[in-house]
Design a protein around this ligand. Structure first.
Ligand SMILES: Cc1cc2nc3c(=O)[nH]c(=O)nc-3n(C[C@H](O)[C@H](O)[C@H](O)COP(=O)(O)OP(=O)(O)OC[C@H]3O[C@@H](n4cnc5c(N)ncnc54)[C@H](O)[C@@H]3O)c2cc1C
Length: 263
């Protein structure tokens, strides 16, 4: 604790965030203009990840708050797609009737993320755009073959897979996530060995696929939902490739059974 004139006793950590400009646009165009023109802009959705980043030394020049922007918080059906706005929170998303009707297993998986205190603020967009290997939505959405629809500061639209998003460094606004709705859809998420290894499996009329990740590795897509397609070098600082292949195969087998794949 420190005694600060005019403020009284405050925790040292409360003083560690240095000053930054704050802008609170109302429209998507104004967000894009801020991304283009403001010094070192950082978008703020729920702020749950950014708070943690402050503690590791991140120092944004301009905080661009998204809380007043219209059009980022809806869930809707489009032809063949379910669309989830980037600001939809972990609390609201899994309870939404469209999610419960069309993608109930994904809704259940999303509902497992984080704790009550965080879930009301944390957004799907922040989870994805943090590009943090410990966060789970990139894995879930990889298996679902979702697309992340982004707007660049110039207003161009980009549609990226979750894997492509990890490679993209250019500043952009994630507008929404588009998840294909297909005949015969079934989905399973196995996180009982988290953080060592997690696996999501999806089956539909186009085939089956799975994604696997660890606390330290971004998701890898397993074609045909087969552990045989896992790269030989899939290891992380605490688990060997041999161990992850064995543990991953167990989870994959459970996930395959969940979605009605046998053998
Ligand atoms: C205690 C705790 C427990 C947690 N447990 C889990 C867990 O079990 N599983 C899990 O997956 N996650 C977990 N998390 C992480 C949590 O899910 C993320 O912190 C959260 O989703 C981030 O969302 P946010 O809205 O707070 O993002 P913010 O902190 O506002 O932003 C995060 C990053 O994304 C960027 N960003 C945000 N929105 C956009 C957008 N629309 N377009 C472009 N960039 C954007 C920001 O600039 C920033 O870089 C946990 C977090 C905490 C604090």
């Amino acid at each position: 604790m420190q005694l600060v004139a005019g403020a009284g006793l405050i925790a040292a950590s409360s003083r560690s965030a240095p000053p930054a400009s704050v802008v609170r646009p109302h429209t998507i165009d104004a967000v894009l203009a801020a991304l283009a023109d403001c010094p070192d802009p950082v978008l703020v959705a729920g702020g749950t990840h950014l708070c943690a980043e402050y503690l590791t030394g991140r120092r944004p020049g301009t905080l661009v708050a998204l809380d007043r922007v219209r059009g980022l918080g809806e869930i809707a059906i489009e032809p063949g797609m379910l669309r989830i706005g980037a600001l939809v929170t972990h609390e609201a998303g899994p309870k939404h009737p469209l999610l419960r009707t069309h993608l109930p297993e994904f809704a259940d998986a999303w509902a497992m993320i984080a704790n009550t205190r965080v879930r009301g603020w944390a957004s799907i967009g922040g989870n994805l755009m943090a590009r943090h290997t410990r966060y789970e939505l990139s894995l879930l959405l990889s298996a679902l073959q979702a697309q992340l629809v982004c707007l660049t500061p110039s207003g161009a639209t980009q549609r990226l897979s979750p894997a492509e998003m990890w490679e993209t460094q250019t500043p952009c606004l994630l507008h929404h996530v588009a998840i294909p709705l297909r005949e015969g859809h079934a989905f399973s998420y196995r996180r009982e060995l988290r953080p060592v290894v997690t696996v999501a499996v999806c089956r539909d009329a186009t085939g089956a696929r799975a994604a696997i990740a660890t606390e330290y590795r971004r998701p890898v897509l397993l074609t045909d939902a087969s552990i045989d397609t896992l790269p030989d070098d899939f290891a992380d600082p605490v688990s060997s490739a041999w161990y992850l292949r064995r543990a991953g195969a167990v989870l994959l087998g459970r996930g395959r059974a969940d979605v009605g794949l046998h053998g």
